[in-house]
Design a protein around this ligand. Structure first.
Ligand code: ZN
Length: 295
């Protein structure tokens, strides 16, 4: 099963960017400003961010992928490949389905406007299975971040034309409005949202094509305590739930909080393994030995 992922436009495409931003933007919250207050987020940057995550998601779930409009993680050096060229690459690669990533706009782009939300486009004429495919993906996209659901729109767009692309279904997602201030700052300007969108699109593709969605598992690398990341604590809670299941053990809430219930579950697990016999450790930290064993 081969999926084409297209990141709309190019790095230098005129227009296709947010109006001047009211705040600094730090895509991945690493403390380094990516777009300064008064500047604009280019649509291609966010499109490529989502597209890269989507490729990773699809590969993890066992799909082959073909990418057009972007070649790597760097969104600042991509030419705006003509649409016929993108279509040709997808058709020649004999893809099954195609997904094109965009952010929407309204007005002349000089100032923020009210329209907001997410939607999916399919071709009005050459759409094969696209409507059903779009419905399945949309069902997942509307989860997570709360947004206006603009539904499915039929339009004669090149990247939705199943005949030109040689695919069974083709969708073009408009994930948020770059001209809506809230969506531009909080969604288009956030790697968390890029990742969430990619994950949801992949879940929809998995459901539609009958594949199991494979969760991303990041194994913690250092001792887990109350002050660890929620992801690390959730990983611990999930693992403890699965190894301690089946006895009188009441499953832990997988909430990323290292509370006394987690502490007791850690102590029970150690006891099962014959560890901590002298009771020297209080269960308020799960070290690398525990992580390795749970892994
Ligand atoms: Zn676009």
């Amino acid at each position: 099963m081969k999926i084409a992922v297209d990141a709309g436009h190019g790095s230098e495409t005129p227009g296709k960017r947010t109006p001047p931003l009211p705040v600094n933007i730090d895509f991945n919250k690493d403390g380094k400003i990516d777009v300064k207050k008064g500047g604009s987020i280019r649509e291609h940057t966010a499109n490529t961010g989502v597209a890269n995550y989507l490729i990773k998601e699809l590969k993890r779930c066992g799909f082959d992928t073909v990418q057009t409009g972007f070649d790597d993680e760097n969104p600042y050096n991509d030419n705006d490949t003509p649409l016929v060229e993108r279509q040709g690459v997808i058709k020649n690669a004999k893809c099954d389905y195609s997904v094109c990533i965009h952010f929407n706009a309204s007005g002349d782009g000089s100032a923020f406007t009210a329209p907001e939300g997410l939607g999916i486009y399919i071709h009005d004429k050459y759409n094969n299975e696209s409507e059903k495919f779009a419905q399945t993906v949309l069902k997942y996209l509307v989860k997570g971040t709360v947004q206006v659901n603009r539904g499915i729109t039929k339009q004669a767009l090149a990247m939705c034309n199943c005949n030109s692309l040689g695919v069974k279904g083709a969708i073009l997602t408009e994930l948020a409005f770059m001209t809506n201030q809230r969506e531009a700052v909080e969604l288009m300007g956030s790697e968390d949202y890029w990742k969430e969108s990619a994950r949801e699109i992949c879940m929809g593709i998995c459901e539609y094509t009958g594949k199991n969605y494979v969760e991303e598992i990041i194994v913690p690398t250092k001792t887990i305590t109350k002050s660890s990341s929620k992801d690390d604590i959730r990983w611990l809670q999930n693992k403890l739930n699965s190894v301690l299941a089946g006895e009188s053990f009441i499953p832990l809430a997988v909430n990323g909080i290292y509370d006394s219930k987690v502490r007791i579950a850690v102590l029970i697990y150690w006891e099962k393994r014959g560890w901590n016999k002298d009771g020297a450790k209080d269960g308020w930290s799960a070290g690398t030995g525990t992580i390795d064993a749970l892994k």
